[in-house]
Every structure is written in C-alpha cells, then in structure tokens.
Design a protein around this ligand. Structure first.
Ligand SMILES: C[S@@+](CC[C@H](N)C(=O)[O-])C[C@H]1O[C@@H](n2cnc3c(N)ncnc32)[C@H](O)[C@@H]1O
Length: 243
C-alpha cells in the first residue's frame, strides 16, 4: 500500500464537534470520499467537510468523490455497492493518494464503512480510524442525561428490533434506540408491555445539532402518541443513570 486512507468520524452535525485529528486528516487528504446513503447524510457530511476546510485552504484543490449506497435491504444490491465503492477507494490508495472516508458521528458505530473495510483488506488496504463524536452521546448530552454509572448496562439497538427491546428492557439501565424513522409509538408500547416502570424517562431527539433540531423529555406514561416528527436522524433514549 503506497497511499494512505483515513476513515474519519465528523460528529453529529455541529461543525464544532469535529476533532482536531479529523481536521488534520482532511487537510492532508487530496481525495475525499463522501458516502451517500441518503441525500441528507451526503449533504450534511459535505457541509461539515466544507466548513472544516474553510480556514485550511478550502476544498477547491481536493477531489471529492461521492460513493452511492442504495437505501435497500436487497443484499445483492448492497454487496455490489460495497464492492464497487471499495474498489474505487482501493484504486486511489494504491495509486499513492492520501484519502479520507467521511462518516457522520463515529465510524465504528453503524457506519457505511464496515463492509468496505473488510473488502479493502483483500486489496491490502488498511484504514486508520479517527473516532468521532457519536450521536449516541451527542443526543443525551443535549439534556445532560447520564447514560451509565458503576455497573449499569446500556443497550444500543435499532428501534425496529422490538424483540430485542422487549428482552433487554428489564436488564438495561438505559436503552438507546437508533434509526428512529420507524414507528416510535410501537417502541413505547413494547417497553410498556415489558413491564418497565411508567415513570421511566424517555428522551426523544431529532436532528441533534442540525437544522430542525427538536427534543422532548417525558416519561413512558406521559408519552403522547404523535408528539414526534419522525425523521431518520432521530433516536429515543429510555431510562438513564442517576434518576
Ligand atoms: C446509521 S446510524 C449512524 C450512527 C453514527 N455513526 C453515529 O455514530 O452517530 C444513523 C442513526 O444514528 C442516529 N443519528 C445520527 N445522527 C443523528 C443526529 N444528528 N441526531 C439524532 N440522531 C442521529 C439516528 O438514530 C440515525 O438513524
């Protein structure tokens, strides 16, 4: 491998929540790969990068490459996209380019880079990961909700996994339910059915630190159906330490 590949997390949206190390990687890179799993994610990642580079020579001389990821559950279509995207990245790195793959939040948590990483290894390309501020901590930080203390257990799962939520409700001090564009009302119903106290705190955060931000703090018993505006960039945090 002759070039260099960074996989950087750029935080949840607030341009001030990018790390100094990620900034340096962006500055050093000539090729910037922006995944586009959806139009909002791509636009947001690009905005953060443009903003970060504004006082560091600008994005002008860099090559920005958009990588398309279809929003589908069709495994064959997904595998094709992972392979094609990994190939594009490998070609650049093996040519000797310094490259950056940009991920919202943190790259180790539910990012588009996971499968790409495995395929890149077949080409002998290893990425250097630069962690970012994840939405998983940025959302509860909005209201100072402590996620865990001492021997507490946290569960992080997509909100659509109602069976997991039901199983874990009694053991987790805090549950973080991401990919909240599914029906969050049925998540609350599932938690109620699992026998969790009606006084348990619920925090709903939508578009944390980005345009259209909204958060609602309530309890399971006071959860009002339809109070939320469902959005891909949203999550529920149920419970919390030190209540
Ligand atoms: C594919 S996961 C990516 C997580 C990301 N790697 C991270 O560390 O934040 C996308 C989910 O993360 C959550 N998320 C990401 N950014 C968010 C934001 N700014 N506000 C609220 N939730 C966010 C949402 O639940 C969204 O559906």
């Amino acid at each position: 491998m002759t070039g260099k590949l960074y996989c950087i997390g750029v935080g949840p949206g607030d341009p001030e929540l990018i790390t100094v190390k990620a900034l340096k990687a962006l500055e050093q890179s000539r090729v910037i790969f922006i995944p586009s799993p959806g139009p909002t994610s791509k636009k947001l990642a690009l905005q953060i990068v443009e903003n970060a580079l504004k006082e560091r020579g600008g994005i002008g001389s860099k090559l920005v490459v958009e990588l398309h990821f279809p929003m589908t559950r069709d495994q064959e279509a997904l595998k094709r996209a992972w392979r094609e995207n990994a190939q594009k990245i490998a070609q650049s790195v093996l040519k000797g380019e310094t490259c950056c793959y940009v991920v919202l939040g943190d790259p180790l948590l539910y990012s588009t880079f996971g499968h790409i990483h495995t395929i890149l290894r077949e080409y002998g390309v290893e990425a250097e990961f630069i962690p970012g501020v994840s939405s998983i901590t940025a959302c509860p930080a909005k209201v100072g909700l402590i996620l865990a203390e001492e021997r507490d257990t946290i569960v992080i799962t997509p909100a659509e996994n109602l069976d997991v939520i039901k199983k874990c409700a009694s053991i987790a001090k805090t549950m973080i339910l991401i990919k909240g564009s599914v029906n969050l009302d049925s998540v609350i119903d599932t938690i109620k059915q699992a026998g969790v106290s009606e006084n348990t705190r619920v925090l709903y955060v939508r578009r944390c630190t980005i345009e259209g931000e909204k958060y609602v703090q309530t309890t399971i018993s006071n959860w009002e159906k339809g109070v939320i505006e469902e959005d891909y960039f949203s999550m529920l945090v149920v419970g919390g330490a030190l209540d």
